[in-house]
Design a protein around this ligand. Sequence first.
Ligand code: NDP
Length: 279
Amino acid sequence: MKSILITGASTGIGYATARHFDRLGWRVFAGVRKEGDAERLREGASARLMPLMLDVTNTEHIRTALAQVRDVVGERGLDALVNNAGIAVGGPLEFVPLERWRLQFEVNVLGVVAVTQAALPLLRQAQGRIINISSVSGLVAAPFFGPYAASKFALEALSDSLRLEVADQGIRVILVEPGAVDTPIWPKGKQEAESLRRHLPPEGMHLYGRLVQNIERWIAASERQAMPVEEVVRVIETAVATPRPKPRYVVARGAARFAPLLRCLPTTLRDAIFKRLAR
Ligand code: NDP
């Protein structure tokens, strides 16, 4: 039986991926942070699906979770790791508190590194695959997306390095780069934006207020066009199971589909496009 470990499986892409691979007959290890989320994952799932307490910023959680995986899979090893857990911090660089910047990198970057380091011996045993859930924000950085985009750029870079480091060991590293997906990350992002706006000093409001408003309108439009989570799950399945996976998969609708192209444009032209979008 094939096995897969998915981080951040309480909601959104992680939850849907866990349930999907369970239906496909895989042994699913699903990382969550609350007992209630573990319960919800188990409801209607097979007895194979095993929720694990896994905060990716907690070294002890990672050690215990991987020991639990090892106990179950034994010599067969782990066939796939989906580094999905993520948060989105946004706002003008000048006024996003440093602790929010740190948390953004702790979860989206160092969390991925820590879980991957712990899982690599098991992945090596199975000649498994690492699927890193990046974003189109890992290809182009819009204004006020700085913390999130920087974390996804870092994820892209470490994935590119790792892919070459472990290729000879039979391990594949694949990036999935979604555009807007209909998940709870959006309401969470709006709450974050509201809290930031409340705490923005008058000077911050004066300097960035109008632009922030325009970007919020743009975000609301993206959210309205967000694709169903199943579209991303299908691509994750391809990345995990197809015999010859591509190193990266963009999954996006609308303008976000052009992110790889936008990335290749001269910077001044790309800036002009973003300025127009934010007007
Ligand atoms: P959700 O907010 O629904 O899911 C995020 C998941 O990450 C939750 O399970 C959450 O758990 C978990 N998580 C947050 N912090 C930690 C932590 N410290 N340790 C372990 N788990 C944690 O959002 P999505 O499903 O949309 O996001 C999944 C991934 O997809 C993210 O990496 C995101 O950047 C990426 N993505 C999403 C897009 C979108 O439009 N939705 C677009 C592009 C990429 P908890 O419930 O306990 O907080």
